[in-house]
Design a protein around this ligand. Sequence first.
Ligand code: SAM
Length: 225
Amino acid sequence: MKDDAGNHIFTEDLDYSQTDDTSIWGNGDPETITLLKRLISKKKIVGDWLNFAAGDGRYNTILLSSVDSLIATDIDSDALKKLMRVTPKSLLKKVTTTEQNITKQFQFSSQTFDGVFNTGTLHLFPVTILESIFSEVARVLKSGGLFIFDFATDVKRIKPDGTIVGRSGVDYTMGEARKVLVEILTENKFQFELIDCVVPPEEVTSGDGTYTFSCNFLLVVASRL
Ligand SMILES: C[S@@+](CC[C@H](N)C(=O)[O-])C[C@H]1O[C@@H](n2cnc3c(N)ncnc32)[C@H](O)[C@@H]1O
């Protein structure tokens, strides 16, 4: 990872054009995929969506199969190029991409989106930045809009030689994450459901090389009142 923690920018030092069509983050967590399929079957993932810090598009194609339109953003334009490369041709007309630093004010008007999606990212940020991100998500969502996200806790990244791979220097336990998220979601007038999940140890190859990754995570479905 190209760690610019001072500026809260955590990009991969990786040439995405040289990676295969699978996301560098794998095929997706089963709980997240099951949740998305359940919400799609209930027609909850419709209208105009934002997928921020979308990376190389791990869950983007599932979202695209259901939404009317989607903006995928990331601070790393190379990740977004791969996201477009791996999007099935039939879905390309629904998606646009744009660079976005999520620690800044979102570049979208208030009440633009029916839904906002994010995975694999929010646990990297300290509480002050989370407060800003959640307040911006609440602003750009329409009333009744959904915010679906995950939040990793108790993260472990261990290289074969036992070296620990560091990230932002911010680490949340499950208890800390739950407390912070309940406070921020309540403050921003969301109704929400928190689902406890586990990622068993899996091999990941990112800008930090190959390492074993494991964590717990909260999967959250929040509705803007
Ligand atoms: C672990 S990846 C997750 C990607 C994707 N959401 C997924 O679940 O597969 C984190 C992503 O956040 C992006 N990112 C890091 N810092 C960012 C920032 N300040 N603003 C926007 N995106 C950022 C990285 O470029 C990377 O694509």
